[in-house]
Design a protein around this ligand. Structure first.
Ligand code: NAD
Ligand code: UGA
Length: 463
């Protein structure tokens, strides 16, 4: 079966870049990405490529090549579904904020809405692909909705989780470590899997395209994120031990990472992992384990989150104690707000939680981030629900000049590892700061010896 038209529901951080690359590599397939959010679609269609709603290095080039040729962004959801032989569901699956499983389970209401919509508008057989990250066995629910509310057409469900990381999305999509496709072991299931394999085979070597049963595929996505996050929490746990023993966590990482069984990646100590998925997916894994009565399994994975929350708290506490146990009305400059470099995404960023702790102590915070808007920063703090709007407006300022952020500050806190922070004129910064001038490097980004020599008092996480 040869696919000619693809529809992707959800034009977010995954739907947009993923479909852009599929369209780039398969010029003969029409790919339409749809979303209910009109503003987002308008931004994807903006002539000015710097206005794309997702900032990712290299994405503008891919969009430029494919958009208008075989890549389209639209709000006409029904039409795009109807015209496609293959529909990807790439909507958000956040942690539930209400009812059963509140604070842990994945909220599947957007996925269910998609399934119902696909069933309602389809006038032919379709392959439905779960691209969103979903709890294991969600495909069963999707299939049941499609079969019971559809117009009698056949639906094959595939699981095709996405492994891209933000900031390197285009690179990850163009040369993935693997593509994972889960499907049913029936003639229709196999045919559907082959149709999706053929799309990826346009650019991904065959041996890197793994096919499994649906449940293994759904579960593997949660497990991959849990393992990655677990490495960060493990090294962050060691970072505190290093600080107490004069060991250096970067040296420990290098030493252990040389062991090929451990490997060098994801061993960078930090102020804590952020992003929209690690916490959400581990909580989901914990919830599933608890629901199955597997309490030890649940507790084991929950500890990864507990460690991460502790790391953010520990960093904020270090700032407070170092600044003589009082930070009321002291100005603290935040370098970075995004959850990692090279993205404008701030979801679950450690910066938000560190700011919250410091604001509870009535600090004044001035934020500079090269890609995050002022509006986003205020909305992240409002969303916490623990700070009054008045406090947020009075105590937090957002600037677009880093030197202005650090001018007359008592301390600088590095929250994101943006490359540009390394090349600042630190002599000039020192001159204009309050003395003693403190730097709290939550990302181990700056050369500690070099800036200590300039007069700063430096705290580097894990050192
Ligand atoms: P996102 O919030 O950026 O995008 C989701 C989009 O879906 C939104 O624009 C929303 O308006 C749209 N949407 C929701 N319901 C809709 C409906 N019924 N019809 C049309 N549009 C609808 O989310 P994201 O970061 O792209 O994540 C999507 C999924 O991919 C999640 O399950 C996530 O766990 C997973 N994932 C994310 C990443 C990542 O790096 N962000 C990586 C791998 C997997
Ligand atoms: C992560 C995974 O890496 C992707 O494979 C996955 O597809 C994605 O989640 C998802 O499901 O959403 P992402 O969250 O975009 O990608 O970014 P990462 O590079 O994994 O970083 C996550 C957080 O961990 C960041 O805050 C980062 O700064 C932190 N981190 C990462 C560390 O603190 N130390 C490290 O060594 C690595």
């Amino acid at each position: 079966m040869k696919i000619k038209n693809i529809c992707c529901i959800g034009a977010g951080y995954v739907g947009g870049p993923t479909m852009a690359v599929i369209a780039q590599k398969n010029p003969e397939i029409n790919v339409t990405v749809v979303d209910l959010n009109k503003q987002r679609i308008a931004a994807w269609n903006d002539e000015d490529l710097s206005k794309l709603p997702v900032y990712e290095p290299g994405l503008d080039e891919v969009v430029k090549e494919a958009r208008g040729r075989n890549l389209f962004f639209s709000t006409e959801v029904d039409r795009a579904i109807d015209e496609a032989e293959m529909v990807f569901i790439s909507v958000n699956t956040p942690t539930k904020t209400y009812g059963e499983g509140k604070g842990m389970a994945a909220d599947l209401k957007y996925v269910e809405l998609c399934a119902r919509q696909i069933a309602r508008v389809s006038k032919g057989d379709k392959i439905v692909v779960e691209k969103s990250t979903l709890p294991v066995r969600t495909a069963q629910a999707v299939k049941s909705i499609l079969d019971n509310t559809g117009n009698g057409f056949k639906f094959s469900i595939l699981s095709n989780p996405e492994f891209l990381a933000e900031g390197t999305a285009v690179e990850d999509l163009q040369s993935p470590d693997r593509v994972l496709i889960g499907g049913e072991d029936t003639p229709e299931g196999k045919e559907a899997m082959q149709a999706l394999v053929d799309i990826y085979a346009s650019w991904v070597p065959k041996e890197q395209i793994l096919t499994t049963n649906v449940w293994s595929s759904e579960l593997s996505k949660l497990v991959a994120n849990a393992f990655l996050a677990q490495r960060v929490s493990s090294i962050n746990a060691i970072s505190e031990l290093c600080e107490a023993t004069e060991a250096d966590v970067d040296e420990v990482s290098r030493a252990i990472g040389k062991d090929s069984r451990i490997g060098p990646k994801f061993l960078k100590a930090s102020v804590g992992f952020g992003g929209s998925c690690f916490q959400k997916d581990i909580l989901n894994l914990v919830y599933i384990s608890k629901s199955l009565g597997l309490n030890e399994v649940a507790d084991y994975w929950e500890q990864v989150i507990i460690m991460n929350d502790y790391q953010k708290y520990r960093f904020a506490k270090k700032i407070i104690t170092t600044l003589y146990n009082t930070i009321a009305d002291k100005k603290i400059a935040f370098l970075g707000w995004a959850f990692k470099k090279d993205t404008n995404d701030t979801r679950e960023s450690a910066a938000i939680y560190v700011a919250e702790h410091l604001l509870q102590e009535q600090a004044k915070i001035v934020v500079y981030d090269p890609k995050v808007t002022e509006e986003q920063i205020y909305s992240d703090l409002e969303y916490l629900g623990t700070l009054s709007s008045e406090d947020i407006m009075n105590r937090v300022t957002v600037v677009n000049d880093p030197y202005k952020a650090m001018d007359k500050a008592h301390a600088v806190a590095v929250l994101t590892e943006w490359d540009e922070f390394k090349s600042y004129d630190w002599d000039r910064v020192y001159e204009n700061m309050m003395k003693p001038a403190f730097v709290f490097d939550g990302r181990r980004l700056l050369d500690e010896a070099e800036i200590t020599e300039k007069g700063f008092k430096v705290y580097t996480i894990g050192k």
